[in-house]
Each structure stands twice: as C-alpha cells, then as structure tokens.
Design a protein around this ligand. Structure first.
Ligand code: NAI
Ligand code: MG
Length: 362
C-alpha cells in the first residue's frame, strides 16, 4: 500500500501520546487530506512481556516494509531488571541498526507562546526554526581502537578513535542538502578541521557533495564557534550538519533554547531505497516513557505530533500539511492551552487528549 506506517507506541506515556497520532490519521482520512494505512506493533517492555524480546521478528519485518515508523517511547521501572539483551532500549537500537538510520534530525523550533519560557531573551528565540542533522552511526563513539590500557605505575590510558570514511560523510551531507531544499536552502557544516584530520576530510567531502546542490547555500563553521553562535544568535542558522559527537552536544544545547522535553520531536533517516528513492525513517519524540506521569492523562502529546509532522514533511513530501500541523500546535499554544509540563500563569491546564484534540480540530 502507499503511505504505509508502522506505529510502535511502546511503554508508559508512549501509548497515550500515540493515541493522539491515531486520531490525527483518522481525521486526515475523514477530511480527505491524506490517506495513511497503518499497522501497530509492540516495542520495549510491552514487547518483552508479550514475546520475551524487545521487538519481535514479525514487527521488525513490518518496520522494514513500512514507509515510516512512528515510535512512542520505551522503558520503565517494571523492566529495570530484565536481561541486558532484551532491555526496552534494545528494541530501539535494533530498529536503528536494521533500518540503517545513520542520520538523526533534531529540530529546535521556538513557539512564540513559549518564547518567554526560554533561557534566552525572547527576541533571540522567537520564530526560531533550525534543524540539526547529526551523523549517528560513525565517528568517535564507534571508531577503533576503543579501550583503556594499563601503562604501569598506576597510569592508564583511555582511547577513543574518531574515524570517518568518505562515504559516511557523503551520505550525511546529501541528507542535509536534501532537507535544506525543503526549507530555507542554507546549510552550515560544522567540524574542527583546524585540529582534526577527520574534520579536514569532512570539510573536503561536504564541499564536494555541494557541487550537486548549487541551489543550496553552504557555509562552514568550526564546532566551538557554532556552539557559541547557537546561544548568541541562533536564528542565523537553518540546517546544521555535523558529526556524531558534535551533533550530540549541539542538538541537546539547541533544543533546550526552546523549552520543555515534551515539545521536542526527532527523526532518524537511512539510505534511499535503490528502486523507490525513499529513505527508511523513524520518527520519535526526544523524551522517554515518563513513568512518573504515565497512566494519568497528563503527558504532553506535542513532541509526538510534531514528530508526525516531520514524517509528513520528510517521508511523504506533504509539506503544506506539515506546515498546517505545526501551525496548529503553535496556535493552540497561543490560545493558552497547556499540559502540566509547560503550564504558565493565566493558561488553561488540559489533558493529553484535550491537547491532541484541540490541535487536530485546529
Ligand atoms: P523521560 O523523558 O521519560 O522523563 C523525564 C521527565 O520529563 C519526567 O519528569 C517526565 O514526566 C517529563 N516528561 C517527559 N516527556 C514528557 C511529556 N511528553 N509530557 C510531560 N512530561 C514529560 O526520561 P527519564 O525519566 O529519564 O526516563 C524514563 C524512562 O524512559 C526510562 O526507562 C528511560 O530508559 C526511558 N527513555 C526512553 C527513551 C526512548 O524511548 N527513546 C528516551 C529517554 C528515556
Ligand atoms: Mg545527547
């Protein structure tokens, strides 16, 4: 089928926020705005309870066949003591590995209504909309050698190795340029070529790939300067492409310019399919299963719905619909609706379903 999704709600608030995605899909179909078919599956603790695995082979198979996977969250105290190989996170790691998701997309969007809650001045963050594209499967987190060796005399040496091959930089650069084409057509590539050989290669390969994207503006920025500029004047950026380590730090830092964990979406993309050209993709909120509020209809569904907006934008080229959904989130916040995690004075406190339904109605 066309536009086929696999919904994996997972554990804790994962099921509560995914219910709002299901309502949205039904609404889009009813209004003739978009027609998605979907399967649902189990992942994390709920999959362990059902099959003794963090994700079943059957659900992995569905994930591989889907046009996009929509993932809630996994984990919780109930599964803290299950064997390591079948712990809830193993389900997510298996999905990332088998789908080959090497590109992690983390937007930092500032909704006007929440600009006051930012740790930066309102005028610096209001209207902020940047996208960090982080390389997810290479670099210093995976390079060999990786070890601690004994040097004698009580001295030890900790070694991690930053390794990047041309193909790894080439493919992440293409993701960034492709994404930039659906946005403001500007990319900043960030590395430290002044002190790192992998940075020299990064700069060289990104510059080379850029020849295929003459319509996109490319700037290079050293990663330390990038960190500073993100706090000094974040709105100068549109897309930032960077390696695994710098991306980890820059994306967490950029995301927190804008507010609560319950607001942050993400996407992970793989290589384009040889025949269809479509990339494997998984969309998920940045937050976890929030066991402290699970089952109380208190969870903020915005990170989940904003992740679905990313799916519309990046997997299905439904740019207008993605804009509408993000716009609806923004206006519902303007109207003063708040779940507990983003509650502000003078605003109206609502449940997960009330927030989801208000966004869908808008
Ligand atoms: P968490 O993100 O689940 O919660 C941290 C805090 O933020 C909690 O106080 C929670 O109530 C709040 N929060 C998170 N999302 C929210 C939402 N949508 N609406 C309102 N409040 C929200 O992180 P924590 O507590 O460290 O981990 C809980 C479980 O989630 C653990 O088992 C952890 O391993 C797992 N986890 C799973 C992730 C995933 O599925 N990708 C990511 C991070 C953690
Ligand atoms: Mg991190």
């Amino acid at each position: 089928a066309q536009n086929h999704l696999l919904l994996l709600p997972g554990d804790g608030i994962g099921t509560e926020i995914m219910a709002e995605v299901e309502k949205l899909i039904a609404h889009l179909k009813e209004k003739g705005l978009a027609d998605f078919s979907f399967d649902t599956g189990l992942v994390g603790g709920s999959a362990y309870d059902a099959h003794g695995q963090a994700i079943s082979e059957e659900d992995m198979d569905k994930a591989l066949k889907a046009d996009a996977v929509i993932f809630g969250a996994v984990g919780g105290p109930k599964w803290d003591d299950v064997p390591y190989e079948v712990r809830p996170e193993a389900g997510l790691l298996r999905l990332r590995k088998d789908l080959g998701l090497f590109a992690n997309l983390r937007p930092a969007i500032c909704y006007s209504a929440l600009a006051d809650a930012s740790s930066l001045k309102k005028e610096l963050v209001e209207g902020l909309d940047i996208l960090i594209v982080r390389e997810l499967t290479g670099g210093v987190y995976f390079g060999e050698p990786k070890e601690i060796i004994e040097l004698g005399d009580g001295q030890k040496r900790g070694i991690d190795t930053q390794v990047y091959d041309t193909y790894e930089i080439d493919r992440i650069a293409r993701v960034a340029f492709d994404l930039a084409r659906t946005r403001d057509k500007r990319v900043h590539s960030s590395e430290k070529r002044n002190v790192m050989k992998s940075g020299v290669l990064w700069h060289e390969v990104v510059t080379d790939v850029h020849k295929d994207y003459a319509d996109v503006q490319l700037d290079h920025i050293l990663a330390d300067n990038c960190a500073m500029q993100l706090v000094r004047n974040p709105k100068q950026f549109d897309v930032i492409v960077t390696d695994n380590l710098f991306g980890d730090i820059l994306s967490d830092s950029a995301a927190m310019l804008t507010g609560s964990l319950g607001m942050l979406p993400s996407a992970s993309l793989g290589a384009p399919d040889a025949s269809t050209g479509k990339r494997k993709a998984l969309y998920e909120p940045v937050h976890g299963s929030a066991p402290d509020i699970a089952g109380q209809s208190m969870a903020n569904p915005i990170a989940m719905l904003a992740s679905f907006a990313m799916a519309l934008r990046y997997s299905f080229e439904m740019i207008e619909l993605a804009d509408k959904l993000e716009g609806a989130i923004s206006s519902v916040l303007d109207e003063g609706l708040r779940t507990g995690d983003i509650m502000q004075e003078g605003c109206k406190k609502v449940s997960t379903a009330e927030m989801g339904e208000a966004i869908i109605a808008k």
